[in-house]
Design a protein. Structure first.
Length: 545
């Protein structure tokens, strides 16, 4: 089975916050699961270094956009590594390789008639003396009345053109822009209407509800052709004579990154990228709900126009994560930043919370109270304590050797059934459900341990005590497999304690009797509940500055 997984490309204009991470985590879970199954997986992403937000940040700081892109790309790489994301390639859109692939795709779309020239009126700021990229224009959304950017309204998810905004203003200077004539290429998106309607019908079973509903809304309204080039100083050059100074529009260029990253990975590894973009592959695209139309309409249209490239199968589009009951706001500093979290808290604690309480099917909330109690109650209290008290008891009572007991047949059968159940949930993109099922089993394991009372059995009925602890060791060993996509660091530690191979599998295993344990230690430390008040106060103080 060939699996392609594409994670959304974050803008390299500022640090990642937890809301963004929550929308991306499913990609790593899937990649780890499919690899454990022995499937052929390619998992790619990268930093969007050409998006207008980078240029806006550069203008604010008085530096070149590349300075901003370098700063945050490097930070993203370190953060994703610390969080355990297992990308096969994490690249960037200002890489020359990406530029070349995007330009080749542009020329191919032009040659096949999917791009055409058009004279347009574009927003021009007289104060700044420049044509304004869409995100440099802000105003009122004509559909819902909320403040919106020139490309999209976050409130109602409408795709926009700056000319549609009511009371438009230049984001840089606040002046009211005028419209001036210029020439651009357009993608004939309207001509893909019927093909995309059929595609959406065929693939709907593999999409989350929000993707199905929002895509259908756009299709019902009718697709409109969209500009494929822009007057910009930062981005991928239009590869045509006479078009100097114009760039390929970022909404075409960024989603093409999945293809260019696949090609770059192949070039770097003397491999073939084509199997991952063929009809034999199953592809997953993981992102937030604000990116839905770019993955269900625009990317498929580009791939259809290019020809002979497999269209996205599974769309895993998360809802929004809020913070203490309010929407994340980077401009107001109402955010919990990933670099801070990874400096102060264990990555598995963060991964657990964002899966168990994440916005998979509906908006959910991050609160410091829930984060601390979730860690202490479930991660430490249920999982960590089950592992620790069993292994430490074996160290004390059996000199660190797994007892020579018999496996409880009912528990063994339950473990065997868990593998396909969890696998089916993950393949359907139901990560939260999968994690809940494993933790329900962990709670039953704790109940088994408490009911059997091995601390008494080893004294009063040694053979029964050996059976109990042998069974618990097998539970722990299989948890290191089942939880490896979710909590990779803790599972690596368990495999080290038990002397298991570091590469997990996806089937029932047993640790042989009399195997030696290797210096087992607690997987997690209790978090002081005083952190709730401390972190909440810190958040409010940062937002008030």
């Amino acid at each position: 089975m060939t699996i392609f997984i594409g994670g959304a490309w974050p803008y390299a204009n500022g640090s990642l916050h937890l809301g963004r991470v929550a929308s991306l985590l499913a990609g790593d879970i899937l990649a780890r699961y499919f690899r454990a199954k022995g499937e052929d997986v390619l998992y790619v992403s990268g930093s969007d270094c050409h998006g207008t937000p980078i240029s806006v940040r550069a203008d604010q700081e008085g530096v070149e956009p590349g300075v901003i892109a370098d700063r945050y790309h490097d930070e993203f790489v370190q953060c994703f590594r610390k969080l355990g994301f297992s990308y096969d390639l994490y690249t960037r859109t200002d890489d020359p390789f990406h530029h070349r692939v995007v330009q080749e795709l542009f020329v191919k779309l032009l040659d096949t008639g999917w791009l055409y020239e058009k004279d347009v009126r574009q927003m021009y700021c007289g104060e700044c003396r420049r044509f304004l990229p869409d995100r440099y224009v802000e105003g009122c959304c004509p559909h819902c009345g909320h403040t919106a950017r020139g490309d999209q309204c976050d409130a109602c998810s409408s795709l926009l053109d700056p000319s549609e905004l009511l009371e438009p203003k230049c984001k840089l200077c606040g002046d009211h822009p005028e419209t001036r004539g210029t020439e651009h290429y357009f993608l004939a998106l309207s001509r893909f209407q019927q093909s995309l309607e059929q595609y959406a019908r065929d693939q709907a079973a593999g999409w989350r509800d929000n993707a199905k509903e929002l895509t259908q809304r756009y299709l019902n309204e009718g697709l409109h052709d969209r500009a494929a080039t822009r007057d910009l100083s930062w981005g991928v050059d239009v590869p045509l004579e006479g078009w100097e100074g114009k760039k390929i529009y970022v909404w075409i260029e960024a989603v093409s990154g999945y293809l260019s990253a696949s090609m770059k990975w192949a070039a770097d590894n003397a491999a073939d990228w084509r199997p991952y973009w063929s009809e034999q592959a199953t592809s997953y695209f993981v992102h937030g709900k604000d990116n839905i139309p770019f993955h269900t309409l625009i990317l498929p249209a580009l791939l259809m126009g290019a020809g002979e490239l497999h269209l996205p199968d599974r769309i895993l589009s998360s809802e929004y994560l809020t913070l203490e009951g309010r929407k994340f706001s980077t401009s107001s500093n109402w955010a919990v930043w990933l670099p801070y979290m990874l400096e102060k808290y264990a990555p598995d604690s963060l991964r657990y919370f964002l899966i168990a309480n994440g916005p998979e099917q509906r908006d959910t909330d991050f609160s410091w109270r829930e984060f601390i109690y979730s860690h202490n109650g479930e991660l430490l209290g249920a999982f960590g304590n089950f592992v620790n008290r069993n292994l430490q008891f074996i160290v004390k009572a059996f000199q660190g050797l797994v007892p020579g007991g018999r496996m409880d047949t009912e528990i063994a059968e339950r473990l065997r059934r868990l593998y396909p159940h969890i696998g089916a949930a993950l393949e359907a993109g139901r990560c939260k459900e999968a994690l809940e099922e494993i933790f329900a089993f962990i709670r039953s394991g704790n109940k088994y341990f408490d009911g059997r009372q091995p601390w008494r059995q080893v004294k009063e009925a040694p053979e029964e005590g050996a059976d109990t602890l042998f069974t618990c060791v097998q539970i722990i060993a299989n948890l290191s497999n089942l939880l490896s996509p979710f909590l990779p660091f803790a599972c690596d530690s368990i495999r080290s304690f038990l002397g298991l191979a570091q590469k997990p599998g996806w089937s029932y295993i047993e640790v042989p009797p009399h195997s030696a344990l290797h210096a087992p230690a607690p997987l997690f430390e209790r978090l002081d509940t005083g952190l709730i008040e401390e972190e909440t106060a810190r958040l409010k103080a940062a937002a008030s500055r």
